[in-house]
Write a protein that binds this ligand. Structure first.
Ligand SMILES: [Zn+2]
Length: 300
């Protein structure tokens, strides 16, 4: 393994058959990372243990965290999240937040580390939404700041949906700079202002996307002057994505991921990659698409 990859078998929580959330992709991704030689085997994954109440309550309302932990969410909260409130889903959310925290610690040590889950960017201060229970990147960022390990953080969110939860959590926090590049007409209908938002028109393809990204990355790195970067590498800007609206190819996604790692690593910035969204009925194609970030991380 060229860089640490955090994963856990319980990133997969059982759902009803044909649930619209592609839970099985996390397992297929583990297989794809082994098949592609990015990790040498199951034992090569770094394994997190569940995040604590205090770590999560640093960014989410304590009564909400308590309701997730005890499976006592209100029906409207469960509906907004779009996942059942089972013990396995709660455990998965705690493991995923812990995974991004662990990856952040490893990135500070090794330069690059990735969590093979996470990117739950719609979870905000008061609760979850859009398949996101706890905002793992926000939990990791907040805990790093509170521990005094870093003082300035940049979040590069390239999932096709706007990073509204992260934007809300850090709205009043100057130490965290949030960038979201997304499809303007996509979910969430009501956006929350990031420090920098780029809302793209439907159907944007590789060339235009990469040109836009190239410029904005230089700009935000210069403005934010981060000591660590969190990268949400959602693959839902892909043309085949059923929740997308943009039209990137596999090559475009790969070029995007390389661009992020090259620009940040050229400045010796530690980078934490997280998975983000991706919705394709072809689960093997989807897992391979998510593996692109890990390949890009391995190449720098
Ligand atoms: Zn998304």
């Amino acid at each position: 393994m060229t860089f640490p990859i955090v994963s856990h078998p319980d990133y997969i929580a059982p759902l009803k058959p044909n649930h619209r959330f592609p839970m099985s992709k996390y397992g297929y991704l583990r297989q794809a990372l082994i098949a592609e030689g990015i990790v040498t085997g199951e034992a090569d994954f770094v394994t997190p243990t569940e995040a604590s109440f205090a770590q999560i309550a640093a960014v989410h309302a304590p009564d909400y965290v308590d309701r997730v932990f005890s499976q006592t969410l209100r029906p409207e909260e469960t509906r907004r999240i779009g996942l059942p409130h089972t013990p396995a889903v709660a455990r998965r959310a705690r493991l995923s937040a812990a995974g991004t925290m662990l990856a952040a610690r490893l990135a500070l040590e090794h330069g690059v580390a990735c969590n093979a889950a996470g990117g739950s960017h719609h979870a905000g201060p008061d609760g979850g939404a859009g398949f996101c229970v706890f905002n793992d990147v926000a939990v990791a960022a907040r805990n790093l700041l509170d521990a005094g390990q870093v003082h300035r953080i940049l979040v590069i969110d390239l999932d096709v949906h706007q990073g509204d939860g992260t934007a809300r959590i850090f709205a009043e926090e100057p130490a965290v700079f949030t960038l979201s590049v997304h499809a303007e007409k996509n979910y969430p209908a009501r956006k929350a202002p990031s420090d920098r938002d780029i809302g793209l028109a439907d159907g944007v393809e590789d060339k235009a996307y990469l040109a836009r990204l190239d410029g904005v990355l230089d700009e935000v790195v210069a403005t934010a002057r981060p000591e660590i970067v969190f990268y949400n590498a959602g693959v839902d800007p892909h043309a085949n994505d059923r929740l997308g609206r943009l039209a990137l190819s596999d090559q475009g996604i790969a070029a995007r991921d390389r661009l992020v790692f090259e620009k940040t690593r050229a400045r010796s910035l530690p980078v934490v990659g997280v998975l983000g969204g991706g919705y394709d009925d072809d689960i093997h194609a989807l897992a391979a698409r998510h593996a692109l970030m890990f390949r890009a991380a391995a190449s720098v």
